[in-house]
Each structure stands twice: as C-alpha cells, then as structure tokens.
Design a protein around this ligand. Structure first.
Ligand code: NZQ
Ligand code: ZN
Length: 387
C-alpha cells in the first residue's frame, strides 16, 4: 500500500425528507444562491422542499445549467453572484449542476482570467462555500473535490480539482431520484461502476482492504443496478445505489492504490466532440482499454473475474476475457452500447482525432503506469469503432 493523505470534509445528510435538514446547516439570514438545471427540480417536489428549508434565508436563483455544464452559462452565474454578493451556493441537481456550481464558487472570488481555473488548473486560494442536494446518483461530485467543465466554442471538456471545492454538506434523499428517466439511472450505475474500476483495475498494491471495498461496490452495483432500473420506487435498492455511487468517488477507495483514469480522459474528449452522455463514453471505451492493456492489468483482471464474477475455470487468457465479456454484457443489459460504432454521428477518423487532442493537451502518458500513449488510445478506439 502506498502512502496517502485522506480527508473528506463533506457532511452527508442521507435519507427520506433530509432536504429539510439544510436549515440546520445554513445560518438564518444567509444570502444563498440556489443553482439548478433545466427544470427537473420543479416537477418532482425538490424545488418546493428546498425553498421551504431556506425560508429563513435570502434566496437568489440561477437555473439553466445544462448537462456537461458550459463555461458561458456559468459565467452568467458568476456575474450574478458577484453583483448580489451571495454568501453561499446551494447546488440542487445532478453532477452537472454540482460541477458547474463548484466552478461558480471558485470563480466568484478569483482574480484573473476565470477559464484558467479549468484550462490551466490555476491554484485556488479560496472558494465560496457550497452546499449540495443531489438528485442523480452517478458522479460522486456531491462529496468530492472535482468538477468537469465544457467550453463549446473550443469543444473542450476539462476537469479541475481543489480542496476548496468540496461541498460543506450533501443531501442524499433517494426519493428525489425516483423521477429520473431510466436512461439517467442506467448512466449513473455505469458511471459509478467505472469510477470504481478506475481505482481497482490496475496492478496489485497489497491494499487488500481497498480491493475488497472496490469489489463490494462492484458487486452491489451489479445487484441493485438492474433492480433499481426495473423498480424505480423500491426505496432500499435505490438507497443502496445512491450510497454506492457516493462511495465510488469520495476518495476512500482510492487511498493507497494506483489509479488509471485513462477511460475518463478519453471519454471526456468523446463528449466534447459528439455530445455523447458521459457514462456512455465510458461503456464504449473501458472494455477495449482493459483488453489492450491486458498484460499490465493481468493480475487484477484475474482477481476481478474470480471475485466479482465467480469465474474460476479456463486458462488465464480465457478467464480475463470472460470477466471483460461479462462486464460488457452488464453495460449492454443496462442499455449502454459498448461500441462507438453504435453511435451514428461518430466519424471514422475519431480514433486518430482523440489521440491527437489528448497529445495536444500534453496527456501523452495516461493510465496507472503512464503506458497509455496516444498510439494506444488510437488502438483502443479503433476496437470500439470496429463493427
Ligand atoms: O437539468 P435537469 O432538468 O435537472 O435534468 C437533468 C439532466 O437533463 C436530469 N435529472 C437530474 N436529476 C433528475 C433529473 N431528471 C429527473 N429527475 C431527477 N431527479 O438528468 C440529466 C443529466 O444530468 P447531469 O447532471 O448532466 O448528469 P450526471 O449526474 O451524470 O453528471 C454528468 C456530468 O458530471 C461529470 C460528467 O463529465 C458530466 O459533465 N462528471 C463529474 C465528476 C466529478 N465531479 O467527480 C466525475 C464524473 O466522472 C464525471 O466526469
Ligand atoms: Zn465518470
């Protein structure tokens, strides 16, 4: 196990009716900017519950944060927040609203070109305080330090991270997610699954507890994913899914282990180019990446096949392939294609283009060993593009 530092400052308020608890977390009289997306919170009761809980505060609203939040949109909120001198930002929505709000909170007090926070990873000296009410389990953004921001004019989609960007609190009321369309539920399950794999499917680090944490999350998602998709209002299945998605990317399972993240880096480029949902890009990249990087990942692929899927028979090569095949079948059964060739608008030169874009950003050595070079990215995507 490698050395690590771990601190997660986000207070989790989990369960039915917990939106009301934010009244305890925000001092009366605080000027709160409530940020949200395209309006789902107005049709599922979340908006009303939020406003009731904020009755002792002054509220400034900013709606319209789109999926894959846009820099242009977020800068409008930054100007509003500065003009109104807001004191706290409350993000109500999915990963896009949360990530967008982390950017707004960082940019309001930032002196300089705000895009540098994203493009150059400019260090933040401070950020406005953030609270969150999560309505889509997937990204882990509700209790992590990351945000992913898009800029359409340059077709960029880039991540930044700061210790100042953790929400102070996160409400996870599984009932607020009952209104999700099946596609978003399936996306969320696969995103959480791949987050876990990015921190597990590397090489053994003698971090046995972390391996078991990861395998536990994977097995749980395999079990409750299809169940919560089929029975959206079965509370316990949904609650287990929500908690799994948070734990998959709140820093805990990544302590002391090597991490990959190449699938995410490639996936972000695919979303920037074609607007494909984040989780769908992961489903269309990860299995091909595991195959191409099979040699370096062999020990973990075998462990995964046996412990997560119960595959014990056959040669090493057969067991590794069987584990990857099972995973593909799971993604497909959830409704996520595992081939880029299934997306009509994806063009033939995509493998080369994504490789060149990553190279241009200086991302020439991705993965847990830095072995995912632009040439390997091309190979991975070529497999996904093959019919
Ligand atoms: O905008 P509204 O009207 O709210 O509708 C949203 C949106 O259309 C809808 N939705 C959310 N909650 C709902 C609901 N509809 C009905 N009922 C509800 N309860 O769902 C749609 C998608 O929302 P979005 O927030 O975009 O989805 P998700 O949570 O999957 O977030 C994706 C974004 O997060 C980034 C992705 O790259 C992408 O930009 N990620 C952030 C990470 C992080 N901060 O750590 C890590 C991830 O790997 C990921 O990259
Ligand atoms: Zn993700």
């Amino acid at each position: 196990m490698t050395n690590f530092e771990y601190r997660n400052p986000t207070k989790i308020l989990f369960g039915k009716g917990q939106i009301a608890s934010i009244a305890k977390e925000i001092a009366p009289g605080t000027k709160v900017m409530v940020t949200y997306g395209g309006g789902s919170i107005k049709s599922n009761g979340v908006y009303e519950q939020t406003m009731a809980a904020l009755s002792g505060c002054t509220v400034v609203e900013f709606g319209g944060i789109e999926p894959n939040p846009e820099y242009e949109t977020l800068m409008k909120a930054v100007r509003l927040g500065r003009a109104e001198k807001v004191e706290l930002l409350l993000a109500v929505g999915g990963g896009s609203v949360l990530d967008g709000t982390k950017f707004i909170a960082a940019a309001i007090p930032f002196e300089g070109e705000e895009w540098d926070i994203v493009r150059k990873g400019a260090p933040l000296e401070r950020s406005m305080p953030i609270g969150s009410i999560l309505t889509l389990p997937a990204t882990g953004s509700e209790s992590n330090a990351f945000a992913v921001i898009s800029r359409r004019e340059t077709s960029e989609k880039l991540a930044f991270a700061s210790d100042h960007s953790y929400p102070q609190f996160a409400v996870l009321d599984p009932e607020t997610t009952f209104s999700l369309p099946p596609r978003q539920v399936a996306n969320g399950v696969v995103d959480a699954f791949v987050h876990t794999m990015e921190q597990y499917m590397t090489f053994p680090a003698k971090a046995e507890l972390n391996d078991r944490f990861a395998e536990g999350i994977l097995q749980t998602l395999l079990e409750v994913g299809p169940r919560t998709l089929a029975n959206p209002e079965e509370y316990d299945a949904r609650a287990t899914f929500v908690w799994s998605a948070t734990l998959a990317l709140n820093g805990l399972i990544g302590c002391g282990v090597p991490q990959d993240w190449a699938t995410h880096m490639i996936g972000h480029e695919l979303t920037a180019l074609y607007g494909i949902d984040h989780a769908r890009t992961l489903a269309a990249v990860a299995p091909h990446l595991w195959r191409v990087c099979q040699e370096g990942k062999a020990a973990k692929l075998l462990q995964y096949a046996e412990r997560v899927w119960g595959i014990k028979d056959g040669s090493a090569a057969e067991r590794m392939e069987a584990g990857i095949r099972k995973t593909e079948e799971f993604f497909e059964a959830m409704g996520l294609p595992t081939k880029l060739s299934k997306y009509e608008n994806v063009q033939a030169g995509t493998a080369q283009e994504v490789a060149a874009r990553l190279e241009g950003r200086g991302f020439k050595k991705l993965g847990e060993r830095g072995e995912v070079t632009p040439a390997l990215v091309e190979q991975i995507l070529a497999r996904s593009l093959a019919a």
